[in-house]
Design a protein around this ligand. Structure first.
Ligand SMILES: NC(=O)c1ccc[n+]([C@@H]2O[C@H](COP(=O)([O-])OP(=O)(O)OC[C@H]3O[C@@H](n4cnc5c(N)ncnc54)[C@H](OP(=O)(O)O)[C@@H]3O)[C@@H](O)[C@H]2O)c1
Length: 350
């Protein structure tokens, strides 16, 4: 049995980690931290977990919790993890960080994408980028994982086969759509129901922070620098992400070449599904069909008019986009069955 703690457990990502880990036969969740809910039962922040656990929130610091568990999940806002995680890694506790603070390998990328200098640049090389399907062996051999961003995950899953096949020549262009839970549990004027409901709002036409990790990962897979750009929209969903990406090519690429690229990368992957149906309502990936699950649904189409490959990805931002990949990485790192606690089927109607 592995003992784990969750820092930031009152948040949306922390709540999903808890919900999934409570079903994990090899894991005991020993400590969950929250300042707002210190001393309260977990169900006070996560009413869906009522009757499933007697845990109460603790006001202890992540360092104090880390001293008592085998593995600590950091589910805190980006910027706040980098302040304490170096000390925890030093203590020797395994860390799976859900924030952005250890995703980028090059310290110079932090001022570019996050606007601050990294306080522990030497530690970046000790973290593996936790996209299990791309970095399984590195995850197996590390003690520290940086869980990818949610829009980045959907983009990278759908574009990596094209990068590997050498089909990305210029820049890739990502159109991302995300539900409200992607921005966490802190309310703002922009997230007020009256303002958000029924809106499709482009909140980041250029310069989205996840571009840094998309470029990092696609360049690694391609073996040559790949540049990316993304426009991100908040849409009328609570959970879910859809990314529609464009890769412009020199000429026509045959369907069988595309199938070969995608199959050779994901043939044996349990959590990757191809959603490519000739007819029916759901011909391409749709977040509605992955919500509640650790699946990533992928699709691709060749646009013959302008020689453009359209690569589509759909995930649940809180599962394959964060807590699910965190647990999948833990399973690999600890030698558990990779799909332990992650095999729930998607909801049919959300
Ligand atoms: N939401 C998503 O879809 C998603 C996807 C991918 C990655 N992530 C990443 O996962 C992390 C958590 O995201 P979230 O959506 O769960 O956010 P959230 O709902 O805002 O929850 C974060 C929790 O962290 C605690 N916290 C806030 N400020 C803190 C600080 N300075 N130091 C320590 N704890 C602090 C808060 O709990 P108390 O105030 O009660 O202590 C809060 O409930 C973030 O880094 C986010 O970027 C989220």
């Amino acid at each position: 049995m592995v003992t784990v703690g969750i820092a930031g457990a009152s948040g949306y990502a922390g709540g999903e980690l808890l919900r999934l880990l409570l079903q994990h036969p090899e894991v005991e969740v020993q400590k969950v931290t929250s300042k707002q809910y210190a001393g309260d039962y977990v169900f006070s922040a996560h009413p869906n977990l009522k009757g499933l656990t007697d845990l109460t929130f603790s006001a202890e610091s992540p360092e104090e919790v880390a001293a008592r568990v085998d593995l600590l999940f950091m589910a805190v806002p980006h910027g706040s993890s980098a302040a304490v995680t170096p000390g925890i890694v030093e203590q020797g506790t395994r860390v799976i960080d859900l924030s952005a603070d250890f995703r980028l390998h090059n310290p110079e990328d932090y001022p570019t994408w996050y606007g601050w200098d990294h306080p522990a640049p030497d530690l970046l090389e000790k973290f593996v980028y936790g996209l299990p399907e791309l970095h399984r062996e590195e995850i197996r051999n590390t003690r520290n994982v940086a869980v990818p961003g949610c829009l980045a995950s959907s983009s990278i899953y759908s574009l990596a086969p094209l990068a590997k096949a050498g089909l990305i020549k210029g820049s890739v262009l990502v159109d991302g759509k995300i539900g409200s839970s992607g921005s966490g549990n802190k309310a703002s004027a922009a997230t007020h129901f009256s303002e958000r409901y029924n809106s499709v709002r482009i909140y980041s036409p250029t310069g989205h922070r996840h571009i840094g990790e998309i470029e990092q990962e696609l360049s690694l897979v391609a073996g040559t620098p790949v540049s990316a750009t993304m426009s991100a929209h908040s849409v009328n969903m609570v959970r879910g992400i859809l990314t529609t990406s464009s890769v412009f090519t020199d000429g026509q690429i045959e369907d069988r070449t595309l199938w070969k690229a995608y199959r050779s990368m994901y043939r044996d992957e349990k959590f990757v599904r191809f959603m490519m149906n000739k007819d029916g309502t759901y011909r391409y990936p749709d977040p509605k069909l992955v919500v509640g699950s650790n699946f990533v649904d992928l699709g691709f189409v060749m646009d013959q008019h302008v020689n453009r490959i359209v690569a589509i990805g759909a995930i649940d931002n809180l599962i394959k986009g964060t807590a699910g990949n965190a647990i999948q990485s833990m399973n690999i790192m600890m030698g558990f069955r990779e799909n332990e606690a992650l095999m729930a089927a998607p909801m049919r109607l959300v």
